[in-house]
Design a protein around this ligand. Structure first.
Ligand SMILES: [Zn+2]
Length: 273
């Protein structure tokens, strides 16, 4: 699933094609992709609006439009936004196409059909409840410590909870916990101050490095130009079940934490601190 670094990459690489451009048309190959408003209203309100800006909040992409609406895109499990100049370039599994007045087409490719398009007046109705952005200046070790205090939930579940912290999913949670030597099942309240400081630092370093590597293409994530990111080449545990730990050689294990497959090294990340 695309997480913060993947969505940030899509935002960065899409910007030069879309900022200041007018939406000249929309093709819905699968109408179920539109969550709100109705398909007819979505189409009529969107077409003709100019894209004033594009931002990311958590795993959401937010296109701010000249008419005051926001077009909010969630790529969910398998979505990608691919830029093309020719409709004959339509990728397989394209569910929607946004046509722009500069001749650019943005293909929303989504094999599993979990991706979502929304057109809303107030973007806070969708992203307002999200937790802090981990790369923002006001997200500090103190903020992380306050949010972890007295929480009994397993660390893996908390890091993936979008209302706890925005943008982190299974892959980067696994990487951050490995970097810190924290078992994915450990409860938040069991962390020492030193571990929290270390975790804070690891989250920032891992997310920035992944953005530099244009995201991780473990399965179906593509950059807007159709190429893959390389962040997964840096993964120490995520999706490396059975392979030797880079620190100690112990085979990486997988455990399910609240429904999420979680990769960890049983030696570097002991269950009891
Ligand atoms: Zn190890």
């Amino acid at each position: 699933m695309p997480e913060l670094p993947e969505v940030e990459t899509v935002k960065n690489e899409l910007s030069p094609y879309v900022i200041g451009r007018c939406v000249s048309g929309i093709t819905l190959l699968w109408e179920g992709i539109v969550k709100e408003p109705s398909v007819d209203e979505f189409r009529s309100r969107l077409v003709g609006q100019r894209i004033a800006g594009i931002a990311r909040r958590g795993k959401y992409l937010i296109f701010s439009l000249s008419g005051g609406d926001s077009l909010i895109v969630h790529l969910k499990m398998t979505g990608s936004l691919i830029v093309g100049r020719d409709l004959s370039e339509e990728p397989k599994f394209t569910r929607a196409i946004i046509h722009l007045d500069n001749g650019i087409h943005i293909f929303f490719r989504d094999p599993r059909k979990f991706g979502v398009l929304r057109l809303v007046r107030d973007s806070d109705s969708i992203v307002g409840k999200l937790g802090p952005e981990p790369l923002d200046a006001d997200f500090t070790p103190q903020v992380l410590a306050q949010r972890l205090a007295k929480r009994k939930a397993p660390m893996k579940a908390l890091l993936c909870d979008q209302n706890f912290i925005a943008g982190i999913g299974s892959m980067y949670a696994d990487e951050a916990l490995f970097a810190t030597g924290i078992h994915p099942m450990r409860s938040a309240e069991s962390l020492s101050n030193e571990e929290i400081e270390h975790l804070y630092k690891a989250i920032g370093e891992i997310l920035w490095a992944a953005i530099e590597n244009k995201g991780a293409s473990v399965n179906t994530y593509f950059r807007p130009d159709g190429t893959k990111g390389t962040a997964h080449y840096e993964f120490k545990v995520a999706h490396r079940g059975g392979e030797p730990c880079v620190k100690c050689g112990t085979p990486i294990e997988r455990v399910v934490v609240r429904g999420r497959g979680s990769y960890f090294c049983p030696r570097c990340q002991p269950e009891k601190p």
